[in-house]
Design a protein. Structure first.
Length: 742
């Protein structure tokens, strides 16, 4: 019998080494919903969803693109969200319980349909969300994987009890829509796209059922409310169902699909056959506990446990399950396909998640990692190239680089091996060698022809941020080399290792920074390490360290360990932000993620230990403003998870971790079904690491190969109050022959 995704999650809870726990009780979904001290938004959503859930039922803002804890007003609770992106996305099919019959078309006059609330009446838990609106209506939402159930409790003796469906809005743009009422069932679809003002498109279908029969219905468009009309179409349409005032409780359950209305109803009927809100809520809690229990922590403060488990929760929200209960999904070729014996995933914040999030997911859930990789391979086969930042079944082209190479190579390196590696490598090579390779509308590697001929991409009006793009391509090339080596393709490995050394072509030996070159081959003038000219969301100070596979080479090029430490100390003397980056560390943006661990390669591991712990304490908290920068579908949260555990997957494509100091005195990790205990007696009070041993064998180079860690029983950190300034051995690097600019 085929094991479904949800049953797979439930089986995890019975795996060896797992004990009954309720880590979901430590999760605070409001973290990241308010602007932080760095003047950056986490852009997380507090609503109801399952791990990697297709349905994500959450309140939308009255204005703007993201729920904002400081502005408790909503225009409805929509069925789809992504957690932490930099631009609004999804927010499809907003549903709002209200009092009275709509009098004005919501697409034109939105004010009557804005519902205020207070946080005193608001609850957010994994898989469940509830709030009491100022109108007196109480809302409860509970999620299954592709469906959800709501309970709307209206104040007794009030006006007509109405449920409003405003398809005219989401968090980007509505291109077209259709909706129809059939007694106690509402069905339809919404066509949307435009993520970050790009050309992506998708179509989502829904079926909703109520447990009570409405006494009146109507539809609307931008011109009028039409009482008694049971259908509508166009980008400004919607409907309402009204119940008499005697009906104080209305339950609503809904299923979604990206394939068809019939599949949406199938998803709903299979996942939520009854009307028990509490039953669905308990199932959601169990599913989350099955996943979160892969990391069981002991010690630390309540706030530290909340920050940690919330980060783990956020890092397990995406990518999103995309196939229906029958395995069908809509592909990048707009045709219906079937995922046989696996799950098809969608929604990858590629530039962000290849650095640490997919590694974390695969370490804990290798079958999920394998399916994530196979999903990208299927997307490439259907859409022409490996995705960059895909939304549903289309590419948005947001951000730089070719991140799927790093995603796939890292999944394989950390034990996700159950996917078509031959087709994966073929797709990687296509994107890395053919300048015309496209994924849907977007070029997979912009500037590739120049990169292949010159060994770098010149910065012009058409290719702004070229230094960043060049480094992203060298990182992708290194990932291809490692994947080729792991799968026995040594000739391809050697070819792409040579290309990974192209970073030397944009390293300026005079300033000793990574710099962009112009079309004439010269470095751009008026150099300032804190300026963003030639870079994508960053600067020379930040990107110079973004060569994780050859940090020995970077340290040597800068001037050696002493000079590197001096520069790092200055770099970490302040925090940057998106608005005011300066030549400083900015944890809210992914190119800086690995920077604290560079000290390990310079021979100063105690400084890594200081910087990681300080960053966790300064910038992450159990409060709505407790996350700096966008969470980017769990990317930043995965950094927090590793920071707390005491190790980090520094080199995408390489199965191994470099170390810092753990926060918790004891942690039990479940790698798939294999338990590993981390012991750090004296943490968090003791900051520094005196020594490390894996199953009794000393670790001298602040690096642990994944193959060793995955099979180990115990990882012991001996903690101390004073820095251990014995650098011991340095972690590994993977240099290639220096490539000179032609």
């Amino acid at each position: 019998m085929k094991v479904t995704f949800l049953s797979f999650l439930m089986l995890i809870a019975c795996a060896p080494g797992i004990q009954a726990q309720d880590p979901a009780s430590h999760v605070n979904p409001f973290i990241g919903t308010q602007i932080s001290s760095q003047q950056d938004f986490g852009n997380t959503s507090p609503g109801a969803t399952l791990p990697f859930g297709m349905l994500y039922w959450s309140p939308d803002p009255a204005s703007g693109q993201f729920y904002n804890y400081k502005e408790p007003i909503t225009r409805g609770f929509s069925l789809t969200h992504l957690s932490g992106p930099g631009c609004g996305v999804a927010g499809d099919v907003p549903i709002l319980p209200m009092l009275g019959i709509p009098q004005y078309p919501p697409p034109v006059s939105s004010t009557p349909y804005k519902a205020g609330f207070t946080h005193d009446g608001e609850v957010a838990q994994p898989g469940y969300y509830a709030v009491k609106l100022n109108s007196g209506i109480r809302v409860q939402l509970a999620a299954a994987l592709r469906s959800g159930i709501a309970e709307f409790t209206y104040p007794a003796g009030s006006d007509a009890h109405t449920v409003l469906f405003d398809l005219s809005r989401n968090l980007t743009e509505v291109n077209d829509a259709e909706i129809a009422i059939q007694g106690r069932k509402v069905s339809g679809w919404v066509s949307s796209g435009g993520f970050c003002s790009t050309g992506n498109r998708y179509k989502i279908y829904f079926v909703l059922k109520t447990d009570a029969t409405p006494v009146s219905t109507g539809s609307f468009d931008e011109l009028a409310v039409k009482s008694g009309v049971t259908s509508g179409n166009g980008p400004r349409t919607g409907v309402y169902l009204s119940f008499d005032s005697v009906t104080t409780t209305v339950r609503v359950k809904v299923g979604i699909s990206y394939v068809s209305i019939a599949n949406a109803e199938m998803n709903l009927d299979r996942e939520i056959p009854g009307w028990g809100v509490d039953e669905v809520r308990r199932g959601a809690r169990a599913a989350w506990n099955a996943v979160l229990s892969h990391v069981q922590v002991t010690g630390g403060s309540d706030a530290q446990q909340a920050v940690f488990y919330t980060a783990l929760y956020h890092a397990m929200l995406h990518p999103s399950v995309f196939n229906d209960v029958n395995g069908e999904y809509i592909g990048f070729d707009d045709k219906v396909h079937r995922a046989e014996g696996r799950v098809q995933y969608a929604n990858y914040s590629g530039w962000d998640i290849y650095r640490s999030q997919v590694q974390m997911i695969t370490m804990l859930l290798p079958d999920v990692g394998s399916d994530i990789a196979e999903s990208l391979v299927a997307d490439a086969q259907q859409g022409g190239g490996l995705p960059i930042w895909p939304v549903a079944n289309d590419e948005s082209g947001v951000m730089a680089g070719d991140p799927s190479d790093g995603i796939i190579a890292s999944i394989y390196a950390f034990g996700g091996r159950n996917f078509d590696t031959g087709s994966a490598l073929k797709a990687m090579l296509h994107g890395a060698t053919d300048p015309d390779a496209h994924v849907r509308l977007y070029t997979e590697r912009p500037g590739l022809a120049e990169y292949l001929s010159k060994g770098y991409i010149a910065n012009t009006e058409e290719t702004g941020g070229a230094a960043s793009v060049t480094l992203e391509d060298t990182n992708a090339d290194f990932a291809i080399a490692r994947f080729a080596k792991a799968t026995g393709e040594t000739q391809i490995e050697q070819q792409f290792m040579v290309r990974s050394a192209y970073w030397h072509n944009i390293f300026d030996p005079e300033t000793k920074y990574i710099r962009a070159r112009g079309s004439d081959g010269r470095f751009l003038p008026d150099f300032d390490a804190g300026k963003t000219n030639g870079f994508v969301e960053g600067n020379s100070a930040q990107y110079t360290w973004m060569i994780p596979y050859d940090l020995h080479g970077v340290v040597d090029a800068i001037g050696g360990p002493t000079v590197a430490k001096q520069r790092l100390d200055q770099y970490f003397s302040q925090y940057g932000s998106m608005a005011h980056q300066g030549p400083y560390f900015f944890i809210g943006n992914e190119p800086s993620f690995g920077d604290p661990w560079v000290y390990n390669w310079a021979g100063y591991p105690w400084r890594t230990q200081e910087v990681v712990r300080k960053t966790l304490g300064d910038l992450f908290a159990n409060t709505p403003d407790g996350e700096p920068g966008n969470d980017d579908l769990g990317a930043t949260s995965s950094w927090v998870v590793f920071g707390y555990l005491g190790f980090y997957p520094q080199i995408p494509g390489v199965g191994g971790v470099t170390t810092n100091s753990p926060v918790f005195p004891q942690v039990t990790l479940l790698f798939g079904k294999h338990p590993v205990r981390i012991v750090a007696a004296g943490a968090p009070e003791k900051l520094y690491v005196k020594s490390i041993a894996l199953d009794g064998a000393p670790i001298r180079n602040w690096w642990i190969d994944w193959d060793q860690l995955a099979k180990a029983k115990e990882l012991v950190f001996t903690m101390t109050d004073t820095p251990n300034m014995d650098a011991a051995e340095l972690p590994p690097s993977f240099p290639a022959s220096k490539q000179v600019v032609q």
